[in-house]
Design a protein around this ligand. Sequence first.
Ligand SMILES: C[S@@+](CC[C@H](N)C(=O)[O-])C[C@H]1O[C@@H](n2cnc3c(N)ncnc32)[C@H](O)[C@@H]1O
Length: 306
Amino acid sequence: MTASSLPTQSNLASQLINNILAIKPLAKLAKYQARKMIINRAEKIGVPWRENVRQLHLHNWEEELAKIENINLIYPEYYLCSFHAYETGNLSWESALEVESAAYAVHANIWPEAGINGDTRLRQNYHEVLKQQVIVPPQTILDIGCSVGMSTFSLQETYPQAEVTGLDLSPYHLAVAQYRTQEKNLAINWVHGAAESTGLSDASFDLVSAFLLFHELPQKAAQNIFQEARRLLRPGGYFTMMDMNPRAEAFKKMPPYVMTLLKSTEPYLDEYFTLDVAANLIDAGFKSPRITPMSPRHRTIVAQAE
Ligand SMILES: C[S@@+](CC[C@H](N)C(=O)[O-])C[C@H]1O[C@@H](n2cnc3c(N)ncnc32)[C@H](O)[C@@H]1O
């Protein structure tokens, strides 16, 4: 055994966690503990997680679901797995009713001083980059992987004149987005569909945006989505995305066992971290993708349709 192959404490811890996660009941327990920890942490920084969920449960969601769900939609195989410690991933009420609180909690530690405002700051930084790099304000916008609409609402706020559409594979997330639209008295078009085959018309958007979608995708799906975005954009239109930055120091310094835990809730993280986004965008018909780090852990990528 050479010095470099000697097991370090971190590697051993990582290996141990991998072994634990391979045993189903233990993985279940680990996910339960991780979930309990995140809820407690959220409530400590002022996100009333359990109260938010309790309030949302009072609504008639089945009625909301019936209005939005495309019952003929065939889900891609890669989507039908556990995500974020939810057994049925994004296809559940549990994830739909908790996702807003989870976003506030997870983004609270990006900037230690921001706390509960971390999520808002992340979205503002994205829009700052867009305002600088998307030269003509878009009139028609598609938000792919819109979930419960947090990214869609911030696009509408940044471009109040624009006609905005949000698209997602989860009808449960979309039901919450639709409910929030009524609360906010906005007119957003919600589509239950897959970002790689939207069924929307050619050249019908000035901007296709994806906020925190790509780390949830295998590489093949990501490549198909770049091509679909190119088809949907008018010539000169923009594709923009915001997601984790694999080159960020924060990830390089992350102890391997913490990374292992992160991967246990994000099944395609390795594929995302090794995807050459710029090269794939060029292959799909975009020119000069620009990558801008805009948080200690995130980057924004802007590319214009040829
Ligand atoms: C982390 S959430 C995105 C959050 C949201 N954009 C925001 O800013 O809060 C990822 C979303 O992408 C959706 N999604 C994953 N794969 C998809 C696909 N192929 N097509 C459409 N939506 C997809 C999931 O259902 C989930 O709602």
